[in-house]
Design a protein around this ligand. Sequence first.
Ligand code: SF4
Length: 312
Amino acid sequence: MDIENAVDDLDAGASPGAAGDRPSALSPSRASDFMTCPLLYRFRVIDRIPEPPTPATARGTLVHAVLERLFDRPAAERVPAVAADMVEPEWARLCEEDDGLASLLPDESERSQFIADARAALTGYFKLEDPRRLEPAEREWYVEAELTSGLRLRGYVDRLDVSPAGDIRVVDYKTGKVPLEAYEASALFQMKFYALVIWRLRGVIPRMLQLMYLSGDGEVLRYCPDEADLRATERKLDALWAAISRARETGDWRPRPSRLCDWCRHKALCPEFGGTLPPLPERADPAAAPAPAEASAASSGPAAASTAVRAR
Ligand code: SF4
């Protein structure tokens, strides 16, 4: 199980048979799902339809694992050749822990390509920074905080750097492609989510949010949030939770088709594409839905456009 799925299970109530129980908290991934398409959120959180790993998601899991463990090594050993050598043992370890990963690549040539792709992503990482000069304060850090409305937010931060002066940098690794500028706000929304959680936890607004895209030549997206940004993110999340609660009360999980449907794992069930919806799980408990402040903008899409700095 990868980190995102672990948090998703927490979102949905992790015990078997809990399908349909009221989610108790939001992760950035599920918040993003609802903004993308309420029906996609339903499939993932309410119906809890399994999504077996794909080579792309597995590659992300593997690269994250190598980057996390690279910092266990002495600084002088954090070099490209060492990272490349870590790929196969890390993959073997992940496969031991997860049968879904173990059975993903039965074909040897596919497996070789998969390993090569993971190494290429790590090569991209080394083009962006030199880990010998870093000592992260946290890696794969589980965070959870409650907003004034009572909504709990949680997730895993890939890496947290803290300078001697106490400045915080939140780092997230991405193995997918760099988003088009039109989708940049969506990528930054996740980082603002984490910045808000850290602000609530530590009382300090992170100085910088840094998204590192490892494919190709690599690219870094940096953003410096301020208090107004994070307060707006909090309002957005409260409004989003209100919209999710309304959907739970009414059972109206409306599909919102977009270009992202091409990547939707549940397209075959989606009425927009001729599918038939499964019945809602019996244990859904509409009356239990919380009611943070209502706001009509909740499901209208990612947070307002932000200005970020791109750098290669
Ligand atoms: S195919 Fe598109 S509209 Fe249908 S559930 Fe998936 S994202 Fe939503």
